[in-house]
Design a protein around this ligand. Structure first.
Ligand SMILES: CC(C)(COP(=O)(O)OP(=O)(O)OC[C@H]1O[C@@H](n2cnc3c(N)ncnc32)[C@H](O)[C@@H]1OP(=O)(O)O)[C@@H](O)C(=O)NCCC(=O)NCCS
Length: 146
């Protein structure tokens, strides 16, 4: 996870200050485990089933309104463009519908994040438009349970 979390290119559209050490990345992972234990939502490990390698994180979490559930995915840069991001996003959305009984999941990203926008469009999400969250403007997509 440290390869991903400390990569300024992969993390450029995300708000947080990046971890400078493996220890700090471990704390990020621990925070996600705690969040899962407390809420049932979190970013979970994305694991290549063939090798067991952890290649990113993906999951569901609440937006600041405390109701809307967002899907998020981050994959290590050396493995971009192989379909892993979309597969992970689909799996999270499906788990949200089937196991958590959600009816709607959104995708929220920086309007400059072409990779994420394309992945959401290609993944069948519908563009809602621009919305303000956490004090700035984001492009929002949605998918609803059928
Ligand atoms: C967004 C992200 C998860 C996509 O992961 P991925 O494994 O490359 O995704 P996929 O291989 O499933 O590709 C999905 C689509 O995005 C496109 N894509 C991937 N990387 C791209 C890039 N850097 N620029 C433009 N398009 C890109 C793919 O070509 C594909 O479109 P296509 O089917 O029309 O070819 C990955 O780029 C990433 O981790 N980015 C950094 C973190 C981030 O910004 N996450 C999203 C925040 S919500």
């Amino acid at each position: 996870m440290h390869e991903l979390y400390s990569d300024p290119v992969a993390m450029q559209h995300l708000e947080s200050e990046l971890p400078r050490s493996v220890e700090e990345s471990k704390r990020w992972v621990k925070d996600k485990i705690d969040l899962h234990d407390e809420t049932g939502l979190s970013l979970w490990a994305v694991v290549l089933s063939a090798t067991g390698e952890v290649i990113g994180d993906a999951g569901l979490h609440l937006l600041e309104d405390g109701e809307t559930v967002e899907v998020g995915v981050r994959i290590v840069r050396r493995l971009w463009g192989r379909g892993y991001g979309r597969e992970a996003a689909d799996a999270c959305v499906e788990a949200g519908f089937r196991e958590l009984d959600l009816v709607r999941v959104v995708g929220v990203t920086d309007p400059a994040n072409q990779a994420a926008i394309r992945a959401m469009r290609q993944g069948g999400m519908t563009e809602v438009g621009l919305e303000t969250h956490y004090g700035r403007e984001w492009i929002v997509f949605e998918v609803t349970r059928t």
